[in-house]
Design a protein around this ligand. Sequence first.
Ligand SMILES: Cc1cc2nc3c(=O)[nH]c(=O)nc-3n(C[C@H](O)[C@H](O)[C@H](O)COP(=O)(O)OP(=O)(O)OC[C@H]3O[C@@H](n4cnc5c(N)ncnc54)[C@H](O)[C@@H]3O)c2cc1C
Ligand SMILES: NC(=O)c1ccc[n+]([C@@H]2O[C@H](COP(=O)([O-])OP(=O)(O)OC[C@H]3O[C@@H](n4cnc5c(N)ncnc54)[C@H](OP(=O)(O)O)[C@@H]3O)[C@@H](O)[C@H]2O)c1
Length: 432
Amino acid sequence: MPVFPQLPDNAPFTAAQKSWLNSWIASVMAALPEANITAEQAAPGLPLISQLRSQTGLADGLADAPAPSPTGSMDNPCFARLIENRLLTTATAAKETRHFAMHIGGLQYEVGDALGIMPTNCGALVDAVLKCGGWSADDGLRDELTQRFDLTYPSLDFIEAAAQRGDRSDLVELVKTERSAELNAWMWGRDVLDVLALCPAGSFTAAEFTAALKCLKPRLYSIASSLKAAPDEVHLTIAQVRYESHGRARSGVCSTFLADRAGIDTQISVFVQPSPDFRLPTDSATPVIMVGPGTGVAPFRAFLQERQAVGGKGRNWLFFGEQSRTESYFYKDEWKNLIRAGTLHRMDTAFSRDQEQKVYVQHRMTENGEELYRWLEAGAHFYVCGDASRMAKDVDAALHQVIRTHSHKSADQAAAYVAEMKQAKRYACDVY
Ligand SMILES: Cc1cc2nc3c(=O)[nH]c(=O)nc-3n(C[C@H](O)[C@H](O)[C@H](O)COP(=O)(O)OP(=O)(O)OC[C@H]3O[C@@H](n4cnc5c(N)ncnc54)[C@H](O)[C@@H]3O)c2cc1C
Ligand SMILES: NC(=O)c1ccc[n+]([C@@H]2O[C@H](COP(=O)([O-])OP(=O)(O)OC[C@H]3O[C@@H](n4cnc5c(N)ncnc54)[C@H](OP(=O)(O)O)[C@@H]3O)[C@@H](O)[C@H]2O)c1
């Protein structure tokens, strides 16, 4: 029985894809004139797929492949090719936010959807982990740590095991007694490498270590484009996570994977995460109010592209906020063009750090409360995207206040008005 080469375990495919590809490789190899080759003979110089096809006429067999999903999924991602990586902030800005574009072939999405991206870990971090654990990079361990395992968030099992082997009874106690607030406080700004460093090199075998790690998960990003304006492309607006903690510079896995490690033309594993509750009104004549500070502006760029492409008659009002007009006014020229084209009817900005007192998007809502209430009374849909921890709550409170002030309703009546908007799907949030 001939032995055919197989895809390595860490190849970036799902089990179903691997199994199909392995059987396809086997059928191609079996049909070659020199079919009875061994794996050792075959592996060093595998023929090109094009040669295999012409030698075997097996291309028709490809028709048996499972049809690719037009959206992909977490278990069955598609490939997208990175074609643009551009700074939206200036080089001197306090934060770094970038615009990315990918070529997506036949992948389908709707405005409002998010894109899931499967990142890989930073090579320098992987090397530091290997060194700290006392392991060599042989046997594919480096690849596994780069592609398969989460080096950001350590599992509780791993913290407990490392604390035990490192004689940190205080930490063992925190895990065992489930004192999650104290444990979270200890964990803030620490990652897998910090936990591994609790014990001497050689405390874990490589197999024990990887068994205690979580799997690397994809990150989601609000899609910032419309297929109608950018066919075959998806655009994203991403804030790069970079900070220093416990004496070491750290970086968010996915935001810096795209910014630093995935060069132009890199094929990236992606899937579309549908957001059926975050959609433009079906009637393009309905007005919309969009509140999107920071990266929260992403889906509204997509909404406006879509409305322009379909020639929607509805009025559009955008609230955008960032730290500085000169350093972080994302997509400034695009908004100008949309205003000139009559697609964006109102835009209010809040640059929080351009004056002594912070000014946020909700302040602009309040200042323009009378008109905002008129838009709501005219049936406008209200959207919020961006920071969940503070911004979305403050914007919600401002919306209630605007309604109270300009309709002379009580707090309860304003709450009922907002509840009705939600019920009628006229109030949608995409917050993270
Ligand atoms: C539906 C949805 C849509 C989203 N859309 C967008 C979008 O359009 N644009 C966008 O930029 N993001 C968006 N996000 C957030 C995005 O998914 C990621 O969470 C983000 O990019 C960080 O991922 P990362 O892999 O770079 O960082 P990770 O490797 O996940 O690291 C982030 C972690 O680092 C730690 N950390 C961060 N800062 C500090 C600090 N100063 N001190 C100590 N520890 C710190 C925290 O534990 C934090 O959870 C969205 C999220 C969701 C759920
Ligand atoms: N999970 C993650 O790891 C991760 C990664 C990236 C981003 N995020 C989070 O995602 C969110 C979006 O980040 P971002 O970089 O796009 O922008 P952001 O941090 O939300 O900042 C955008 C603008 O909103 C302002 N702002 C701050 N607090 C506000 C509030 N309560 N109400 C209204 N506006 C407020 C900011 O002002 P000031 O800064 O001057 O206060 C800034 O001008 C943030 O919460 C960020 O922490 C999380």
